[in-house]
Design a protein around this ligand. Structure first.
Ligand SMILES: Nc1ncnc2c1ncn2[C@@H]1O[C@H](COP(=O)(O)OP(=O)(O)OP(=O)(O)O)[C@@H](O)[C@H]1O
Ligand SMILES: [Mg+2]
Length: 314
């Protein structure tokens, strides 16, 4: 068995003199969830398009499901399913008709086709709306239908390009459950997202994409370890107390606007007690104490020098 579902090396893509993918290496283990994380314009969709044979790379090589992207394009296509960033749902058709159309396109006729459609409607909790036009579906339902359509052919590798962008927290959670269930069946997931929490929740491995380059790769925990450590935040009720506390605590950085003091520390109860004791010894008392452990937002900032929301034009 092939234990590597996707292996890409040095993928490059440019439009004119604008480099979009600047040498991308990716390895995804079979049956795992891989997340490509990056802000708008980072090159996520371009990467998906290249790996799904929709777009030809200018350089580099890749094997998907054990097949070469360029010389075995058909075999790659047979093994994969793609749910694009923008839904492929036909609004005029009902949910059921959309799925049937997919089955027909893949020559799943008669009983076999019907069975797949029924199974998917049930699995995605779309039975009640199966006979309603997709135009009447909510964003979450459309996303589910779109993914269901991708699964008609039972692909071994599924590409999901921003599957939860624009969904409310509840629909997002439903989508996460569905993705997890897919891997439980052995499906490999390649997922792009701009939500750090999503990558953190789902992915076995995460690659951070920034302006066409992978700037970091690893498990969520590994990435979190690459940022400056955790800290304790003390909030005071007035500026004099804040200033006094800042003077007696080494390495502390005050924020006069929020009256918060940031103190390096791991938040262990021992260090926390020592911190509060020291304040008390100077007749100072924090109004609120909170412990901040680094999240993936911090990772992005630490690795790229800019926040996830500020995709810079090149
Ligand atoms: N056909 C094209 N011609 C020229 N430039 C393109 C083309 N397709 C994409 N680009 C550019 O490539 C860059 C990466 O685009 P891409 O769609 O891969 O980003 P993305 O990470 O998917 O962003 P988003 O989160 O907004 O979907 C962008 O700057 C985009 O303008
Ligand atoms: Mg995109």
């Amino acid at each position: 068995m092939n234990s590597t579902a996707i292996a890409a090396s040095g993928l490059r893509k440019a439009y004119g003199d604008k480099t979009i993918l600047d040498g991308i290496d990716i390895t995804v283990g079979t049956g795992t969830i891989f997340s490509l994380l990056g802000p708008n314009g980072a090159g996520k969709t371009t990467t998906v398009n290249v790996l799904t044979t929709l777009l030809k790379a200018d350089g580099g090589t890749a094997r998907v499901a054990g097949h070469d992207l360029v010389t075995e394009t058909e075999a790659v296509r047979k093994a994969i399913g793609v749910t694009g960033q923008f839904a492929a749902v036909d609004d005029l058709l009902t949910g059921e008709e959309n799925l049937k159309l997919m089955a027909d396109l893949h020559r799943l006729r008669g009983k076999a086709g019907k069975r797949v459609v029924t199974e998917l409607l049930e699995r995605f909790d779309l039975v009640e709306s199966a006979r309603k036009p997709a135009a009447s579906y909510s964003g979450g339902m459309r996303r589910k239908l779109d993914l269901a359509m991708t699964l008609v052919t039972k692909p071994e590798i599924v590409f999901l390009d921003e599957p939860t962008t624009g969904l409310d927290p509840r629909s997002r959670r439903t989508m996460w459950e569905i993705v997890r269930e897919l891997t439980a069946d052995g499906v490999t997931i390649f997922l792009t997202t701009q939500y750090l929490e999503e990558a953190d929740q789902l992915a076995d491995r995460i690659a951070v994409l920034d302006q066409g380059r992978i700037v970091a790769e690893g498990t969520a925990d590994e990435l979190k370890r690459r940022v400056p450590g955790s800290h304790v935040q003390l909030r005071f009720t007035d500026a004099t107390e804040l200033a006094a506390a800042a003077r007696i605590l080494p390495g502390a950085t005050p924020d006069d606007e929020t009256l918060a003091l940031r103190v390096p520390g791991d938040g262990s109860s021992k260090s926390l007690r020592a911190l509060l004791d020291r304040l008390a010894a100077h007749s100072l008392e924090a109004d609120q104490v909170s412990i901040h452990t680094p999240d993936l937002d911090d990772v992005f900032l630490a690795l790229t020098g800019h926040a996830t929301t500020e995709a810079e034009p090149r």
